[in-house]
Ligand binder design. Structure first.
Ligand code: ADP
Length: 610
């Protein structure tokens, strides 16, 4: 598999994967977060600069002491200078401590902002994008990647930042003390620059590759574990072991690569530290011989350059963490470029991604025109569907399993967007509707009834944020959810694990109450009652009848009775609508529907109640 490498200015978009932000997006996002907490950031820089300046006092005064002793200065002068060293050290300690405190606060607050933004963006993703990319990817980005980026913000980032300021000040001090000696020191450091540049050029892709290899291995191992029974039953053991071994090998070679990069970097750095000190001592010694610099200046310069190794070490040791967290941050920020449910690409800051205006459908008519659709890179499962649904009509869609009925219902509900062609409501492409407006147009009811963690009220307000308690109770009554009257805390009763547990039919009523509250003109029913036991199904059907009254209904029909009762029937076969008309017309036409009807009708007499 190709590792998710990012180009410089465009987010990576492997079809079906969530995008990864390119370095430019990452920089822009980082600047955006800094701007949001500008004052703390500036205070942090100022304090760090002061702390670094205080740190320069020591070596400079040591140089002065040497010169003083050499010139035969008294003990009192040396004591004064030594006291100065102490004051400098204490000041540096206090300033560093406060700077670090500010840095941590900045890190924590920014981390909170990143988390909030991530949640907002994750919630704006179309369900289809998450399904295709795999919920695991989104979870990994929201947990491990956010944590890694957070650790950098809280600890690594401030450490590196402090070290960078110190290093700059020390270099400045050496150059001020004696430009020639300073230049020797800086020249001696160039080895570090080359080694680091060599490393950084290779590290990003190597670490992204390592991350990708780990994900692939984790996925393969968990697939083997969850499918253990199947693996056993089909005798796939050896195949799975071979597959895992191959993925482990890829992991090992990816790790070997990053290890190699480090094993070149660190020794080169160690050698590079000694070079400037040696250079200053050699050149300084010669200059001192000729009386061009004082001994104190040579010692102070050597001490400064020696001191430089500490901040440089911090920076270099953390480069690895910075690398891996910049890859993590790129994955977290990648969501900015993912499509959102209603506004196209999310807020990447580009002019072309501004939210689309809220289009208003002119009526309730749904039109499907020449629609083609494929899951991911697969073959088209809808292959040119044309269909018009008139307001108020009841349309049944029938056809063999795999014909594309559920897929069509997802497109009609705006969950997936067609690859080619259009699905419009009142002349507006469904994909252009905001989630709010879409909810008032079309709602898909399936057999999955999710009860959200929260109160009964929370569970209902999802469908209509502004609804009053009276409206919520009326919706529950409309779907026959009488049990809700008996709840101890009424609408405040907490649902889900640890709270009040709803059984299947109650959860379904809650879902139907949400439909009543959303009040869409069109309801799509996909296997809404297929899996329920007959008593529950009867209950639900009564509730459904109430919910559906006065609305356009598109039903994926599993029982031909539903088709018989509908105004029109669409027959789907192999990704196309092959027959469309009233039940009577289609039976008279003697095509696929007539055949289905006769075989069903022949086996099981129709209930008289129809
Ligand atoms: P129906 O509802 O008529 O049984 P579906 O719309 O569920 O048909 O499926 C149509 C085709 O699309 C089938 O071949 C099915 O395997 C495929 N399909 C359905 N859902 C997905 C999915 N999430 N990913 C990939 N293929 C899918």
């Amino acid at each position: 598999m190709k590792p998710p490498r990012a180009a410089d200015d465009t987010p990576d978009a492997i079809p079906g994967h969530l995008p990864v932000a390119g370095p430019r997006q990452v920089r822009r996002a980082a600047l955006h977060f800094i701007r949001q907490d500008r004052r703390t950031f500036v205070a942090m820089i100022v304090l760090n600069a002061l702390a670094a300046a205080a740190g320069l006092v020591g070596p400079w005064l040591v140089g002065r002491i040497i010169n003083a002793v050499k010139d035969g200065g008294g003990v009192a002068a040396v004591d004064r200078l030594a006291l100065g060293i102490l004051v400098g050290a204490v000041a540096q300690l206090l300033l560093t401590r406060h700077a670090r405190y500010l840095a941590h606060r900045f890190g924590e607050r920014t981390l909170a902002r990143i988390r909030e933004q991530f949640v907002d963006r994750a919630l704006a993703l179309p369900a289809s994008a998450v399904e295709r990319a795999g919920a695991g990817d989104l979870t990994a980005r929201g947990t491990t990647d956010v944590m890694t980026a957070g650790q950098t913000l809280r600890d690594t980032g401030p450490d590196v930042f402090v070290a960078a300021v110190q290093a700059l000040f020390i270099l400045g001090a050496v150059l001020l003390l004696d430009p020639l000696l300073g230049a020797c020191g800086v020249l001696g450091l160039t080895g570090i620059w080359f080694a680091t540049r060599w490393y950084l050029r290779r590290a990003r892709s190597a670490y992204l590759d390592q991350g990708a290899a780990h994900s692939v291995l984790a996925e393969a191992l968990s697939a083997t574990a969850t499918g253990a029974r199947t693996v056993e039953a089909l005798g796939l053991r050896d195949l799975r072991i071979a597959d895992s071994e191959e993925k482990i090998e890829r992991c090992v070679s990816a790790r070997d690569r990053t290890l190699f990069l480090r094993s070149v970097l660190f020794p080169s750095i160690d050698v590079s530290y000694a070079i400037p000190v040696v250079a200053v001592l050699l050149v300084g010694g010669a200059l001192h011989e000729h009386g061009q610099v004082s001994l104190g200046t040579v010692v102070a310069s050597a001490l400064y350059l020696r001191q430089l190794s500490q901040p440089l070490d911090t920076i270099l040791q953390q480069v690895e963490q910075l690398q891996s967290s910049s890859a993590s941050f790129a994955r977290v920020e990648g969501l900015a470029a993912a499509p959102t449910r209603s506004t196209g690409p999310a807020d990447t800051g580009e002019a072309d991604s501004a939210p689309a205006p809220d289009h208003i459908p002119k009526d309730d008519r749904i039109d499907v025109q020449r629609v083609r659709f494929a899951y991911g890179d697969g073959v088209d499962v809808l292959r040119g569907v044309d269909l018009s649904v008139r307001p108020g009509e009841r349309l049944a869609i029938v056809g063999p399993s795999g014909a594309g009925k559920s897929t069509l219902s997802r497109l009609l509900a705006g969950i997936d967007a067609p690859g080619k062609g259009m699905v419009t409501v009142g002349g507006v492409p469904i994909a252009d509707l905001t989630p709010d407006r879409l909810r008032r147009q079309v709602v898909l009811v399936t057999q999955e009834h999710h009860v959200f963690l929260g109160s009964v009220r929370d569970n209902l307000l999802i469908a209509a944020e502004q609804a009053t308690d009276t409206e919520l109770r009326a919706a529950l009554t409309a779907v026959g959810a009488d049990w809700s009257d008996g709840l101890a805390a009424g609408l405040d009763t907490e649902l889900g694990p640890g709270g009040h547990q709803l059984h299947g039919a109650q959860a379904q009523q809650l879902a139907l109450a949400r439909v009543v509250l959303a009040d869409p003109h069109t309801v799509i029913l996909d296997e809404a009652t297929a899996l329920l036991d007959p008593t529950t199904a009867r209950h639900t059907e009564r509730a459904l009848a109430t919910v559906l009254r006065g609305r356009t209904v598109i039903a994926i029909a599993h029982r031909l009775q539903t088709a018989h009762d509908a105004d029109r029937v669409a027959v789907m076969e192999d990704g196309r609508v092959t027959e469309l008309g009233t039940h009577d017309d289609l039976v008279a036409a003697d095509g696929a529907y007539a055949e289905l009807w006769h075989s069903w009708h022949g086996d099981r007499p129709r209930p008289a109640s129809s």
